[in-house]
Design a protein around this ligand. Sequence first.
Ligand SMILES: Nc1ncnc2c1ncn2[C@@H]1O[C@H](COP(=O)(O)OP(=O)(O)OP(=O)(O)O)[C@@H](O)[C@H]1O
Ligand SMILES: [Mg+2]
Length: 262
Amino acid sequence: MGKITKALKKATEDRLGRIEKITKIKERDQLIVKKIGESEIDPNIVSYFDPKALISEQYKILRTNILSMNKGRPPRTLVITSSIHSEGKTVTSLNLAFSLAQAVHKPRVLLVDADMRKGKVSRYLGVDNKEGLSEVLSGQRKASETLFHIADQPNLTFMDSGSVPENPSELLSSNEMKEFITEMESNYDHILIDTPPIISVTDSGIVGAMVDGVIMVIQAGRTQRGIVKRAEELLFQAHSKVLGHVLTNIEYHLPEYIYRYL
Ligand SMILES: Nc1ncnc2c1ncn2[C@@H]1O[C@H](COP(=O)(O)OP(=O)(O)OP(=O)(O)O)[C@@H](O)[C@H]1O
Ligand SMILES: [Mg+2]
């Protein structure tokens, strides 16, 4: 695992260095398999609308990288975080969740919104905010009472962040949170946990220490290296293990002939 983390870090460094050179390619309309107008789900969730699109392929690569970690015993519980706000954590969590759920063996996937301050998973899915993690951790609801699905992806389950509590960090560091994760592990093959940014609040470090590892989302062209380094130090101090990095806001330049075969 140590070697993989090092390799992923090196790859991220290399890619950060190349970003300036990369320019955008237009997605082809004929690849769209679900019309966005038919759903309330946000168009950013491209793995739902268009699993064959170039961007969806990137989420599939992320899925493959995760599933091939640790010699056939891949991490099952993952926290998704970033250094600062709006780097693409929730969009990444949702796309990865759909991508995992679409795998051939149809694994049972759970996406938990643990951003109890301003959770947006439900909003991206176009559903009204629901009771969720804060009610579960404060003992007002059983987990099973708050889980929900969207119609055409029955093996993908969601839990909202719930109402904004007074003490999100305390709720997340509670025994109830550990017990919740253990209970979910017996029901799901993969559990993704979307969290707030680590530089702002400790939440992702707290939950990161309870799971197999943390995926760091980095918005290319905005978040400075020093900030990412500080974020990783904070996660390390919280005993969270960073397994890999996802760069968002990258534009692709691929020659037309390569694109045809993707
Ligand atoms: N891979 C990506 N490439 C380009 N833009 C992206 C990508 N992923 C997300 N975004 C854009 O970044 C913005 C923020 O996305 P998102 O809500 O996922 O961020 P976040 O890190 O969860 O924010 P917050 O800190 O508020 O929870 C959105 O407008 C989204 O369109
Ligand atoms: Mg978010």
